[in-house]
Design a protein around this ligand. Structure first.
Ligand SMILES: NC(=O)c1ccc[n+]([C@@H]2O[C@H](COP(=O)([O-])OP(=O)(O)OC[C@H]3O[C@@H](n4cnc5c(N)ncnc54)[C@H](O)[C@@H]3O)[C@@H](O)[C@H]2O)c1
Length: 378
């Protein structure tokens, strides 16, 4: 399928549609919630869109495919995403705003972003124009289109900056003092959401994610710590840790993140919600866990520390638990075991088996688990 073929490259083609559409689902009439997912072809979007469709929602995707891919939409198309509701559009442009004004979603889940800390250090203007300017462009359109709920992905790993000494978890009330342009941009976008809520009554929420990991479709080696460790160890090389490896992160599985966004679509929540496990794990420990999982000798190489990264991240997600009934259910050990399974022939591993009975499974986890080769410390 060619990308621009669907919409002629102008970002918009489908005629305006009534907001509440009555569809026949399972033999009976039912009103389907209309959800627009920006960045739906990216890592998190490629898991979220199929899940929302499986929940019976009517979903559209807006993405410029600068980082996302058509492959990322493959599962969504299998789950019923209409090709007419894929808009190749830049969120910074009038065409990006037009998607919201014309398709008229009830809920916007805003994932589209320049998503890398290292790129933000190298190209801070690009980062700001995309992550701040693009978000404001969409917020403006959401107000004009009467959107009910605007939920954006933010970054619990960067907007707070360094964790103060003596603190073991960061709550949403923690001081925000980001050290990277990416963190500054995400914090600014969060403030714009808050301002639009106060000015125009648009219901806005930001989910501040920990380090999201899980199966990915793209293969850009060296960008995701867990994926690059699995890749290295399964090819007989030692994992390469940046810095001394004592820096910590809150690793949260993409299936848990998808569950949080799905719940946020259903509830009229506002404000900031951390989405993490509350478990602080050092990078060296992750390297050891990967070696042990793949039954390899524990040998670790080191590379220079990355610029713009914080030392420690650990998120307190009790607000998400209180407002969404959400908590992370997949342990890092289980998540790594599932990701490493393709490198261990004969082992069939699925994650989520220990989820509580009321947690819905992520439909995208049923397929083969591709090696996770992308993303960095957010
Ligand atoms: N992955 C993580 O660990 C993590 C952690 C914290 C926050 N986040 C945030 O979650 C969101 C999704 O992250 P991801 O890991 O899926 O990132 P990703 O880079 O895989 O996906 C981002 C998507 O946005 C699209 N996009 C980029 N610029 C665009 C533009 N100008 N117009 C339209 N589309 C554009 C890309 O093509 C891509 O499909 C991002 O906002 C990211 O900052 C991610």
């Amino acid at each position: 399928m060619s990308d621009r073929a669907l919409h002629g490259g102008n970002g918009y083609r489908t005629p305006p549609i009534q907001r509440s559409c009555r569809d026949r689902v399972g033999g009976c009439d039912r009103v389907r919630m209309r959800v627009l997912v920006t960045g739906g072809a990216g890592f998190i979007g490629s898991h979220l869109v199929p899940r929302l469709l499986a929940e019976g929602m009517r979903v559209a995707v807006a993405d410029d495919l600068s980082a996302g891919t058509w492959d990322g939409l493959g599962s969504a198309l299998q789950h019923g995403l209409s090709p007419d509701e894929i808009f190749i559009a830049d969120i910074r442009s009038p065409a990006g705003a037009a998607v919201i004004e014309r398709w008229r979603p009830e809920v916007v889940v805003h994932l589209a972003a320049q998503s890398r800390v290292t790129v933000s250090v190298r190209e801070p203007q690009h980062d700001a124009v995309t992550n701040i300017g693009g978000t404001v462009n969409l917020l403006d359109a959401a107000v004009r289109a009467g959107v009910r709920q605007f939920v954006a992905a933010s970054s619990g790993g960067t907007v707070y900056g360094e964790m103060p000494e003596g603190l073991d978890r960061l709550a949403e009330t923690a001081v925000r003092d980001p050290v990277s342009p990416y963190g500054v941009g995400k914090a600014a976008a969060d403030s714009y959401l808050h301002a639009f809520q106060r000015l125009y009554g648009l219901s806005t929420a930001t989910l501040l994610l920990g380090n999201v990991y899980g199966p990915r479709l793209d293969h850009a080696p060296g960008q995701d710590v867990i994926a690059s460790f699995i890749d290295a160890v399964s090819h007989g090389r030692p994992p390469v840790v940046c810095g001394d490896g004592t820096q910590t992160r809150d690793f949260v599985h993409v299936a848990d993140v998808v569950d949080a966004f799905t719940r946020a679509c259903h509830r009229g929540i506002t404000g900031a919600l951390n989405i993490g496990t509350g478990v602080e794990t050092s990078i060296v420990k992750v390297a050891r866990l990967v070696c042990a999982t793949l039954a390899a000798p524990i040998e670790i190489d080191h590379a220079p520390a990355r610029v713009g990264e914080v030392r420690r991240v650990c998120l307190d997600s009790s607000r998400a638990h209180a407002l969404l009934g959400w908590r992370a259910r997949i342990t890092l050990a289980d998540g790594i075991t599932a990701l490493a399974a393709p490198q261990r022939p004969g082992k069939v591993v699925t994650v989520g088996a220990r989820q509580a009975s009321n947690a819905r499974p992520d439909p995208t986890l049923g397929g083969p688990l591709d090696s996770d080769d992308h993303g960095e410390d957010h």
